[in-house]
Design a protein. Structure first.
Length: 128
Protein backbone atom coordinates (compact mmCIF):
# COMPACT_ATOMS: atom_id res chain seq x y z
CA UNK A 1 0.00 0.00 0.00
CA UNK A 2 1.40 3.41 -0.96
CA UNK A 3 2.26 5.92 1.77
CA UNK A 4 -0.62 8.17 0.66
CA UNK A 5 -3.08 5.34 1.23
CA UNK A 6 -1.65 4.30 4.61
CA UNK A 7 -3.51 3.92 7.89
CA UNK A 8 -3.66 7.66 8.54
CA UNK A 9 -5.18 8.34 5.11
CA UNK A 10 -7.70 5.50 5.59
CA UNK A 11 -8.72 6.92 8.99
CA UNK A 12 -9.29 10.29 7.33
CA UNK A 13 -11.34 8.67 4.58
CA UNK A 14 -13.33 6.68 7.14
CA UNK A 15 -14.17 9.86 9.06
CA UNK A 16 -15.17 11.59 5.81
CA UNK A 17 -17.34 8.66 4.69
CA UNK A 18 -19.02 8.47 8.10
CA UNK A 19 -19.76 12.20 7.96
CA UNK A 20 -21.13 11.98 4.39
CA UNK A 21 -23.28 9.00 5.36
CA UNK A 22 -24.59 10.82 8.43
CA UNK A 23 -25.45 13.85 6.27
CA UNK A 24 -27.27 11.66 3.72
CA UNK A 25 -29.23 9.90 6.48
CA UNK A 26 -30.21 13.28 7.92
CA UNK A 27 -31.32 14.53 4.50
CA UNK A 28 -33.38 11.38 3.96
CA UNK A 29 -34.95 11.80 7.39
CA UNK A 30 -35.75 15.45 6.61
CA UNK A 31 -37.47 14.42 3.38
CA UNK A 32 -39.58 11.90 5.22
CA UNK A 33 -40.12 8.31 4.28
CA UNK A 34 -43.69 8.60 3.04
CA UNK A 35 -44.69 10.16 -0.27
CA UNK A 36 -46.31 13.44 0.66
CA UNK A 37 -46.82 16.51 -1.47
CA UNK A 38 -46.48 19.76 0.48
CA UNK A 39 -47.56 17.96 3.65
CA UNK A 40 -50.63 16.43 2.02
CA UNK A 41 -50.76 12.65 1.85
CA UNK A 42 -51.35 10.84 -1.42
CA UNK A 43 -54.51 9.31 0.09
CA UNK A 44 -55.99 12.78 0.73
CA UNK A 45 -55.30 13.90 -2.84
CA UNK A 46 -56.82 10.70 -4.21
CA UNK A 47 -60.01 11.32 -2.21
CA UNK A 48 -60.20 15.01 -3.22
CA UNK A 49 -59.89 15.43 -6.97
CA UNK A 50 -58.36 18.65 -8.27
CA UNK A 51 -58.03 20.09 -11.74
CA UNK A 52 -55.63 18.37 -14.16
CA UNK A 53 -52.90 21.00 -13.74
CA UNK A 54 -52.88 20.59 -9.96
CA UNK A 55 -52.84 16.83 -10.30
CA UNK A 56 -49.95 16.94 -12.78
CA UNK A 57 -47.92 19.24 -10.53
CA UNK A 58 -48.64 17.11 -7.47
CA UNK A 59 -47.65 13.98 -9.36
CA UNK A 60 -44.43 15.58 -10.58
CA UNK A 61 -43.49 16.76 -7.07
CA UNK A 62 -44.22 13.29 -5.68
CA UNK A 63 -42.07 11.69 -8.40
CA UNK A 64 -39.20 14.12 -7.72
CA UNK A 65 -39.45 13.48 -4.00
CA UNK A 66 -39.41 9.74 -4.55
CA UNK A 67 -36.40 9.95 -6.88
CA UNK A 68 -34.53 12.14 -4.40
CA UNK A 69 -35.22 9.72 -1.55
CA UNK A 70 -34.19 6.80 -3.75
CA UNK A 71 -30.89 8.48 -4.72
CA UNK A 72 -30.14 9.28 -1.08
CA UNK A 73 -30.89 5.69 -0.01
CA UNK A 74 -28.59 4.36 -2.74
CA UNK A 75 -25.84 6.75 -1.62
CA UNK A 76 -26.25 5.64 2.00
CA UNK A 77 -25.93 2.02 0.88
CA UNK A 78 -22.76 2.75 -1.14
CA UNK A 79 -21.21 4.64 1.78
CA UNK A 80 -22.12 1.80 4.15
CA UNK A 81 -20.38 -0.67 1.82
CA UNK A 82 -17.31 1.60 1.76
CA UNK A 83 -17.23 1.58 5.58
CA UNK A 84 -17.57 -2.21 5.58
CA UNK A 85 -14.68 -2.47 3.11
CA UNK A 86 -12.54 -0.30 5.38
CA UNK A 87 -13.33 -2.67 8.26
CA UNK A 88 -12.50 -5.70 6.12
CA UNK A 89 -9.27 -4.16 4.86
CA UNK A 90 -10.45 -4.18 1.23
CA UNK A 91 -11.17 -0.45 0.85
CA UNK A 92 -9.41 0.96 -2.19
CA UNK A 93 -9.15 -2.41 -3.94
CA UNK A 94 -11.01 -2.71 -7.27
CA UNK A 95 -13.80 -5.26 -7.02
CA UNK A 96 -13.27 -6.27 -10.66
CA UNK A 97 -9.50 -6.60 -11.16
CA UNK A 98 -8.10 -6.46 -7.62
CA UNK A 99 -5.79 -3.51 -8.37
CA UNK A 100 -5.55 -0.45 -6.12
CA UNK A 101 -8.13 2.20 -6.93
CA UNK A 102 -6.41 5.47 -7.74
CA UNK A 103 -6.11 7.76 -4.69
CA UNK A 104 -7.46 10.84 -6.54
CA UNK A 105 -10.49 8.74 -7.60
CA UNK A 106 -11.16 7.69 -4.00
CA UNK A 107 -10.76 11.26 -2.82
CA UNK A 108 -13.29 12.41 -5.42
CA UNK A 109 -15.62 9.41 -4.99
CA UNK A 110 -15.00 7.83 -1.59
CA UNK A 111 -17.58 5.13 -2.32
CA UNK A 112 -15.88 3.99 -5.57
CA UNK A 113 -15.53 0.21 -5.80
CA UNK A 114 -13.73 0.05 -9.16
CA UNK A 115 -10.54 1.52 -10.56
CA UNK A 116 -10.98 4.01 -13.38
CA UNK A 117 -10.10 1.51 -16.13
CA UNK A 118 -12.64 -1.06 -14.89
CA UNK A 119 -15.31 1.61 -14.38
CA UNK A 120 -14.82 2.88 -17.95
CA UNK A 121 -14.93 -0.70 -19.29
CA UNK A 122 -18.14 -1.37 -17.34
CA UNK A 123 -19.78 1.81 -18.67
CA UNK A 124 -18.79 1.00 -22.26
CA UNK A 125 -20.25 -2.51 -21.92
CA UNK A 126 -23.46 -1.14 -20.42
CA UNK A 127 -23.80 1.39 -23.25
CA UNK A 128 -23.31 -1.26 -25.94
Amino acid sequence: MAAKTGKRWQKQMQARIEKERETAVSQLRDLGLSPEVNGVSAQWTADHPRDEGDQAQASERADLGFMTRERLAERINRLTVALERIGEGTYGVCEMCGAQIETPRLEALPDATRCLACQERSERERAA
